[in-house]
Design a protein around this ligand. Sequence first.
Ligand SMILES: Nc1ncnc2c1ncn2[C@@H]1O[C@H](COP(=O)(O)OP(=O)(O)OP(=O)(O)O)[C@@H](O)[C@H]1O
Length: 470
Amino acid sequence: MTTKETMHTNSILIVDDEKAARYGMKKILQRDHGSIFEATNGIDVLQKIHTLQPALIFLDINMPQLDGLKTLEKIREMKHPPLVVIVTAHGSEKIAVEAMKKGAYDYIAKPYEMEELRIITRNALEKIALQEENTRLRMEIGMLEGYGELLGQSKIMQEVFDRIEKVVTADVTVLLQGESGSGKELAAHEIHRRSKRKNGPFIVMNCAAVPETLIESELFGHERGSFTGATERRMGKFEMANNGTILLDEIGDMSLSTQSKLLRVLQEQKFERLGGTETLAVDVRIISATHRDLEEEIEEGRFREDLYYRINVVNIKIPPLRKRKEDIPLLVNRFIQHFSKKHYKNVVSISNDAMKKLSAYNWPGNIRQLKNTIESAIVLTNNDVLDISDLSEDIIREEKTPDSTKNVHYHLSFREAKKILIENFEKDFISKKLEECGGNISHTAEALDMHRQNLQQKIKDLQLNKDIKE
Ligand SMILES: Nc1ncnc2c1ncn2[C@@H]1O[C@H](COP(=O)(O)OP(=O)(O)OP(=O)(O)O)[C@@H](O)[C@H]1O
């Protein structure tokens, strides 16, 4: 919603089929107001609203063709209707009340005093000015607090929002890079929501969650009988995303053979279903996301360089939360509001000490971890204001930004050391959540805001398969 869409001009429109009545009213109002226009009937007024965008309308109730009440109904159906003051004859207050119920702002009965008309007009225009100021302020605050659902006031995030804003209309292929939980999927969704494809589908394909043998059928679909278990023809995600956007999440985890098939779709926007001969053409915007360093993956021979250049027309890096700690208070307060409502609690805020602890922590799991922390605190607390005692031990212990390399052996390569660190964090975080959820995978996946299959794979990779209930 732009400012222009919600703002009216300051003009007034007088609607009456009697010339003398219009003239009399215009003369009184002209003293204080510049732009006064006239309309002679209900149909004329509807057209003039579009061209003149008046702030206020004086609408006579007794008119031939479309009468005042019907005209009022039509005006109220408009997206941003002007205020309407109904002009009635003395003794027809009942109609005036009906008009107010239908959304008229006020009414005035003929014959009226000059002063009465002036006061009603002044009040109406003041009300409009106030409403518009509120809209403007709300929009300013909204913009300061983030970009749609993506919250962030830090300079670094404002730069990310600027970059996103530039690609929304451009319909180019975008690569989102950032650590797990930093907001890549949310950013992709926001790009879609603001693009010209917003009425088309937004389809997410998690390339890491699907086993290698099924990924092509997931992406491109399959014909009946194309492999054991393919009992019916199935649409792939590319087909589903036609006229919309597809997010290829964790694209860095895609095998080389699938990468080459994907390259063809990117080049030609064409593909065949598995086991099929028909070539399907689609119109899809592709957004890719990964937590991996794709240039490193190319060097290691695990990612095709030509595909990289295709998906990386515009690159947006989402910074980790520890690099934008000034966003933590805003995020925490929003998450408190959200989860307090969701879980029917009365938590209204957080103590300064607890906020300091949250700001000092390093957040290796980024916003997802912060969100989970606040949700779990809200569910477990008996307080109206979250306090240090509502936070988990890890967060309380972390007095300052931890030396994240403290347990790492320097004889390892940087890549190996990084892998161990990430694995240790993942093991620790996931096993704690599993424990909290009594080993139930579906609940844990929900609590971690992760795909169930993704979690199952992680549990297997990290060898956490103990006490798991399906
Ligand atoms: N800037 C933000 N403002 C508010 N909520 C956010 C923001 N960034 C992320 N979130 C929330 O954090 C959670 C994780 O975000 P998201 O799934 O987009 O991360 P991701 O980078 O795609 O993670 P992964 O790589 O693990 O898939 C989601 O619940 C999302 O709504």
